[in-house]
Design a protein around this ligand. Structure first.
Ligand code: 4AD
Ligand code: MG
Length: 454
């Protein structure tokens, strides 16, 4: 609230966090309406007609409206307070059963009450930071002239190979039509197999090859059974795609983008960030400030593997050229070798998707992963193969059917251009920004293996 509001008559509405009664015949009621981390203190005098019948029964979780004069507060911790002329209880919350009566709860417990956890300090702050980051993402791309496009959630192509897909069907599971020993999806809703998308990339490529620079920002789904603190079955992805752009341009955009978002959050969410810095991760603000000014180290996968082979630590997963870089390796490179963000490029072709552009060595592809301390991979991207014949043979080599990619291949037949893009996991970004260690706590309703009810 602006301080020039002092002395004016205002009406407020919110949920009670605490009530304290003073001996002098009035009560302090702290309410929060979600608009900011700090709430508003309401002073309720015993002269209010409903003081005994209502005000003295207010408990944590009740909702109310109040009006009165906003005054400068003599007390510690707040600049203004409301001297109430009138308090209306809108909804009661029985303290015997309201689950958020206590001040502190474990994140595990709060996950079981996803309908109430946004009323806590932590989840309120997460919701505001998510909002600010989403806004920063749109601003960044809009300021650069990128076109926001909407890619489909339902897809008929089992394209990407980015991960296991969720099947979408309206067939009765007890009576699936069988043809030659297989489910006959020609009798399903779409007349063929359909899934939830794992990425909007391929459709983004369609639009990049007409509109230049585009970005998608929407939900994506992966049916991997990874019960980790960094994986969700439903998460949001930001996917820019640029025509007339190579891998170097892609890396440069990713770095500029991350710096912009971190600077935006530091500027726009100081109160929420101060809370995370105090109660969640004491280094989180410093980490973000460093990233805004630090250089990102770019090195090839091959160079990364050499550094990992030299490492004097015992990794759970072995290090060898040609195998996947695990999260422990990513963190080692960021935290122990470079003490900062790392961009790994030019991965072996066999561990990356078929659409990535082949390097001249014919062993590696123009892939990039952006790795951050504590969290590991936050961005995955690449320059796309723009040569029709090479792409065709890569599809065959990887065991896919080129007919299913006819439209994707045609993009390389008609006015093909070098193009590149990346995908950023929105929740991993929120994890990094807030310092929260579990991805389930940075999305309102987490979907993970075995958990959809709530
Ligand atoms: O590296 P990925 O799989 O890349 C793609 O899907 C590309 N098609 C993107 C593109 O080039 N347009 O996923 C991109 C990012 C990862 O770096 C990670 O941050 C996040 O998405 N991600 C997940 N986040 C939460 N839960 C999961 N299960 C995730 N899988 C990937
Ligand atoms: Mg990846």
């Amino acid at each position: 609230m602006k301080s020039d509001a002092i002395g004016t008559h205002v009406t407020v509405a919110g949920w009670v966090r605490t009530r304290r009664d003073s001996k002098g015949g009035f009560s302090f009621i702290e309410i929060n309406d979600g608009s900011a981390f700090s709430g508003l203190q309401i002073i309720a005098d015993q002269d209010l007609p409903n003081y005994e019948s209502h005000v003295l029964k207010l408990q944590t979780g009740c909702s109310l409206t109040a009006d009165g004069i906003l005054t400068a507060s003599p007390g510690k911790g707040q600049k203004v307070e409301l001297k109430a002329d009138n308090i209306q209880v809108v909804g009661w919350a029985d303290p015997e059963v309201y689950p958020l009566q206590k001040k502190r709860h474990s994140f595990e417990f709060l996950r079981t009450i996803a309908h109430l956890r946004p009323r806590t300090n932590t989840f309120g702050a997460v919701a505001r930071v998510r909002n600010a980051v989403a806004s920063a993402i749109h601003r960044f791309f809009q300021e650069k002239g990128f076109l926001y496009i909407h890619t489909p959630i339902l897809t008929g192509s089992d394209c990407e190979g980015a991960g296991e897909m969720f099947r979408v069907t309206t067939l009765d599971p007890a009576r699936v039509p069988i043809q030659d020993g297989h489910a006959d999806y020609s009798r399903d809703f779409f007349g063929g197999p359909s899934h939830l998308t794992v990425s909007g990339q391929m459709e983004a490529e369609v639009y990049a090859l007409a509109m230049g620079d585009v970005y998608a920002f929407g939900p994506t789904f992966r049916a991997e059974n990874s019960n980790t603190s960094r994986h969700l079955a439903e998460f949001w992805m930001v996917e820019p795609e640029m025509a007339f752009c190579d891998l170097e341009g892609d890396v440069a955009l990713a770095v500029e983008f991350l710096k912009y978002v971190f600077a935006y959050v530091l500027e726009h969410c100081p109160e929420d960030m101060a809370f995370f810095n105090r109660f969640v991760d004491k280094s989180v603000i410093q980490t973000l400030e460093n990233l805004v000014s630090q250089d990102f180290t770019t090195l090839t996968y091959t160079e990364g593997i050499k550094l990992l082979e030299k490492a004097k630590v015992k990794f759970e997963f072995p290090v060898a050229w040609g195998s996947d870089i695990q999260s422990e390796h990513e963190r080692y490179l960021c935290e122990k070798v470079f003490n900062g963000p790392v961009v790994l490029v030019d991965y072996p072709k066999d561990i990356k998707a078929f659409y990535m552009k082949m390097n001249e060595d014919e062993k590696t592809v123009r892939a990039m992963d952006v790795l951050l301390p504590k969290i590991g991979e936050i961005i995955g991207g690449s320059q796309r193969e723009d040569d029709h014949d090479i792409l065709h043979s890569r599809i065959v080599e990887m065991g896919f059917n080129p007919d299913e990619y006819w439209w994707y291949l045609e993009l390389r037949k008609f006015g093909s251009v070098p193009h590149a893009g990346f995908g950023l996991g929105f929740e991993r970004l929120i994890q990094f920004v807030t310092g929260l260690s579990n991805i389930r706590d940075v999305i309102p309703f987490p979907r993970t293996p075995g958990n959809i009810a709530f």
